[in-house]
Design a protein around this ligand. Structure first.
Ligand code: UD1
Ligand code: UDP
Length: 363
């Protein structure tokens, strides 16, 4: 059986790395079916520290196709990807196209496949922020709608699809609750974490990342967030591995980050070390909210809504938006709480294997 995996952005390398390992393990252990995985990298993320580092560290096979499409606006990027992925699919004729998450690469892969009547499997299906201004929300709704297998990380995601009427979608099988592949990855790489070199770290630091369009493209929000981080840095070191999008905008806007420990994007092994050794995480990242949870760190989410509402309900994640006073108030009250991190929420770390079994019909 042949699967074409479409990826292109950092979180997809991390998720696909885990599923690709599960595919190789399946091939080693199964005598009657073998999976041929063809990897297509759209090029959406292209810097070495946003892409190559993950392939090297996570031993993801080198992409069979590199499309070299990145750094454009939404329309040009998605359109060029659609055209080039279509050519790859005409050549490869896979049984399944596997797409991850909610980026422009996800949508382009799902559209290219469904227009050629190739079945789409969506990993991280059913997540919703209910904010249609987010490019990610548009990408995930449209991707779900043309997918056949919808692999949901949480019961909330299954419920979302049911509310949208998945039972009446002609292309879709019933939603599958499989757990979160990022949890598999976090558990696997836990023991392999590496301390970043060349950074002077204090014993007690907080870890922050900012890259979402809703924060970076709104100068007021970005300034408020940075101002809160600068205030926190007067008590506690703030490590900020800076996404290239945010770096570019902060430079353009003249936003002063000098009070923070700004470093370039780091590889996953360094990132896991930073999460594990931080006292808390402040982020607008989807993936990092969950990783904070997997490594039992409280998280302050710099967004107005989150797709990972189980974390809010469990009291381990506080949704604060971009208001300086709300961020500081959450930061100041966080240490007073005693928190519980029930890892069963995300399936317990066997999602990738479950997904592979579903794809080969052995579930
Ligand atoms: C994308 C996803 C977002 C995801 C994020 C993960 C979409 C719509 N957005 O956002 O959902 O959370 O990836 O990190 O797909 N850039 C570089 N080097 C790189 C990559 C990007 O310089 O290797 C710069 C370019 O100026 C580019 C900008 O970052 O224009 C934004 O990149 P893009 O892929 O469009 O969106 P992200 O903000 O990374
Ligand atoms: N990450 C990383 N290095 C960094 C910043 C993030 O390895 O410098 C990892 C992070 O641990 C998580 C993933 O990238 O696994 C999240 O990606 P990102 O925040 O870019 O996107 P999102 O999850 O918001 O779509």
């Amino acid at each position: 059986m042949k699967i074409v995996t479409i990826l292109g952005a950092r979180p997809q390398f991390i998720k696909a790395g885990t599923v690709s390992r599960a595919i190789r393990e399946f091939n080693q252990n199964c005598s009657d079916i073998q999976i041929d995985e063809v990897i297509v990298h759209t090029g959406q993320h292209y810097d070495a520290n946003m892409s190559d580092v993950f392939f090297e560290e996570m031993h993801i096979p080198k992409p069979d196709y590199y499309l070299g499409i990145g750094g454009n606006g939404h329309g040009a990027m998605t359109g060029q990807m659609l055209e080039k992925i279509e050519s790859v699919l005409l050549e490869e004729r896979p049984d399944w196209v596997l797409v991850y998450g909610d980026t422009n690469s996800t949508l382009a892969g799902a559209l290219a496949a469904s227009k050629q009547h190739i079945k789409v499997a969506h990993i991280e299906a059913g997540l919703r922020s209910f904010n249609m201004r987010m490019p990610e929300e548009i990408n995930r709704i449209l991707t779900d709608r043309v997918s056949t297998k919808l692999f949901c990380p949480t019961q909330t995601a299954v419920d979302n699809l049911q509310k949208e009427g998945i039972d009446n979608w002609i292309s879709a099988e019933p939603a599958s609750l499989v757990g979160d592949v990022m949890q598999d990855g976090a558990f696997y790489y836990d023991g392999l974490a590496v301390k970043p070199e060349d950074i002077a770290l204090t014993k007690n630091f907080v870890l922050s990342t900012i890259h979402r369009a809703e924060n970076t493209d709104d100068p007021l929000r970005l300034r408020q967030i940075v101002s809160a981080l600068v205030e926190i840095a007067s008590h506690q070191q703030v490590i900020l591995p800076l996404h290239p999008r945010t770096k570019k905008i902060a430079e353009q806007q003249g936003i002063d980050l000098s009070a923070l420990t700004v470093i370039g994007p780091v590889g996953y092994l360094n990132m896991v070390w930073l999460i594990k050794n931080s006292s808390c995480v402040l982020t607008d990242s989807g993936g990092l909210q969950k990783e904070a949870f997997f490594f039992e760190k409280p998280c302050i989410t710099l967004r107005d809504e989150t797709e990972w509402i189980e974390l809010i309900e469990a009291g381990v994640n506080v949704l604060v938006g971009a208001s300086k006073s709300d961020i500081l108030s959450a930061y100041n009250t966080l240490s007073e709480k005693s928190l519980e991190f029930d890892q069963a929420i995300y399936g317990g770390g066997v999602a990738a294997q479950t997904i592979v079994n579903h794809l080969v019909g052995k579930s």
